[in-house]
Design a protein around this ligand. Structure first.
Ligand code: FAD
Ligand code: NAD
Length: 468
């Protein structure tokens, strides 16, 4: 039987990063993945393919909506070849997942393809995909089995017309009318893809705003811009049934007044969140405990109730984000090596890759109010930037929340072009506990979208933004 210092179950961004860091720190490491490609949800059916389709559909929208204004004339119709678009997306996925295999080889990490399940706290049975089985031994085990889409009890996901994000990334036709249940990240990113490609899109959301966990200002601005792009919204609607009738999908919901509203489309994307995935792991054999919603319970070192077993990423509490899982993978490897790593969970940024992009870090206004912390607000609109006008991406703003007394930056919330990249400045500043004035006094290249960060900081400092 092969023995390892560490065995990682699951090869998503949590698992493969944990494995690399363990190997870097000199541990003999194995990784077990039930699918034939590495990279987990993120690389196969999550972050990477969704961004590939967002980019392709963005190019298409630019071509037919904006090229003419830029003085670019196309002789003949502009058409979408969905099959080619999906196939390009798959090429990007294949290239990226092969890259993880390369990294495993480079770091001498043994890869086992098959379903891993606990035999006991130090042994894992692997049911290989060719029907054979193997057992390995490991001093330490890291569970990184991720999550799966959740649904509503009355919905039958037929995966043809009533679908999850996984199927929505590989559709064979452009829907005529896609009804999306859930105005969260998946619903809005994939909704925008199909809206750009010509589908009618209706988002049915239970709460009274979209992206409900983000700052309310961002929800409002994103909804305003998506409405301009003709995405329809039904907020405060409680979905109660989803039925398929041939090629038609009928969604019924109760609105705020309790009246029944019917939506009829040809596809229904169910995007109401994701659940921790531990099926088949046989946690009981190792004695590993779970907590609410089936998540694996861990302490501050991400150690489960069984001392040599750790868990990271979507399968434990906290934001379901690839970069959060990666930080946790690194943390556990370093804990195992006897180091004292730390993750500042308050500074894990959240991004929605719609266009305009939405990005945030730190506390929202709602959270500061609830905590009774006095704060100042500095806000600057993208449209006041020369760069924004040059590229015609004028929607959005940057908002900086700073402590009323100390001026320390407590939260940064932005919506606009390239905000997914801009937010890193805020993370860096906040990691060093910068004040709004610190950011305001830093030189920001002109003309860039980053100037909105400086201007918002100036506005927060002494209400002295320069260009408004
Ligand atoms: P996963 O990536 O889910 O990996 C878990 C792996 O474990 C899987 O490969 C699974 O097959 C394997 N596994 C499970 N059980 C076993 C077993 N018993 N034996 C062997 N293998 C097993 N996050 C972002 O930060 N940015 C984004 O832009 C983004 N976009 C997304 C878009 C979509 C459509 C979706 C669905 C998600 C997106 N996410 C995004 C979320 C992100 O994908 C997850 O947070 C991330 O993948 C979690 O990583 P993980 O390592 O915990 O688990
Ligand atoms: P989400 O939690 O972002 O959004 C789910 C939405 O569905 C919420 O707005 C919620 O109020 C709504 N909802 C819940 N029950 C409902 C009901 N019965 N009727 C109508 N609406 C209902 O979840 P998601 O969009 O499914 O994404 C899942 C996870 O994947 C998220 O945790 C997210 O972090 C991750 N993800 C991240 C990115 C990114 O970082 N850009 C992209 C995609 C997914």
């Amino acid at each position: 039987m092969s023995s390892y210092d560490v065995a990682v179950i699951g090869s998503g961004p949590g698992g493969y990063v944990a494995a690399i860091r363990c190997a870097q720190l000199g541990m003999k490491t194995a990784i077990i993945e039930k699918y034939s490609t590495l990279g987990g949800t993120c690389l196969n059916v999550g972050c990477i393919p969704s961004k590939a389709l967002l980019d392709s559909s963005h190019h298409y929208e630019d071509a037919f909506k904006h090229f003419e204004t830029h003085g670019i004339e196309i002789d003949g119709p502009i058409k979408v070849n969905l099959e080619k678009m999906i196939s390009r997306k798959q090429d990007v996925v294949d290239m990226t997942t092969k890259g993880i295999q390369f990294l495993m080889d480079k770091n001498k990490i043994e890869v086992f393809e098959g379903l891993g399940s606990f035999k006991d706290a130090t042994h894992i049975n692997i049911a290989k995909n060719d029907g054979t089985t193997a057992t390995i031994e490991a001093k330490n085990i890291i569970i990184a089995t991720g999550s799966k889409p959740s649904t509503l009890p009355f919905i039958t996901l037929d995966k043809e017309r009533v679908i999850t994000s996984t199927e929505a990334l590989s559709l064979k036709e452009i829907p005529k009318h896609m009804i999306i249940i859930g105005g969260g990240v998946i619903g809005l990113e994939l909704g925008q893809v199909y809206k750009r490609l010509g589908a009618e899109v209706t988002v049915v959301e239970y709460l009274d705003r979209i992206i409900p966990t983000m700052d309310a200002g961002l929800s409002k601005e994103l909804m305003k811009t998506l409405k301009k792009q003709k995405v329809k919204f039904a907020l405060s609607h409680k979905v109660k049934s989803v039925e398929r009738n041939g090629d038609e999908v009928i969604v019924k919901a109760d609105n705020k007044k309790g009246e029944e509203v019917t939506f009829t489309g040809d596809y229904c994307l169910v995007a109401v969140g994701r659940n921790a995935y531990t099926e088949g792991l046989n946690l009981d054999a190792a004695g590993v405990k779970t907590e609410e919603r089936g998540k694996i319970a861990v302490n501050g070192h991400l150690q489960t109730n069984v001392p040599n077993i750790y868990a990271i990423g979507d399968v434990i509490k906290g934001a379901m984000l690839a970069h959060k899982a990666e930080e946790e993978g690194t943390l556990v490897a370093e804990v195992l090596a006897g180091q004292k790593p730390h993750i500042n969970y308050n500074l894990i940024p959240g991004v929605v890759y719609t266009w305009p992009e939405v990005a945030a870090v730190g506390k929202t206004e709602e959270e500061l109010k609830e905590a009774g912390i006095a704060y100042k607000v500095g806000q600057f609109p993208m449209r006041a930037l020369g760069r924004a006008r040059a590229s015609m991406d004028v929607d959005g703003f940057v908002k900086i929340l700073a402590d009323a007394k100390t001026d320390e930056v407590l939260g940064v919330h932005m919506i606009g072009a390239r905000c997914a990249d801009l937010i890193t400045e805020a993370v860096t500043a906040m990691e060093f506990r910068a004040s709004a004035e610190d950011i305001a006094r830093m030189s920001h290249a002109h003309p860039t979208y980053a100037e909105a960060v400086k201007e918002a900081a100036l506005a927060a400092t002494e209400d002295r933004a320069l260009h408004i």
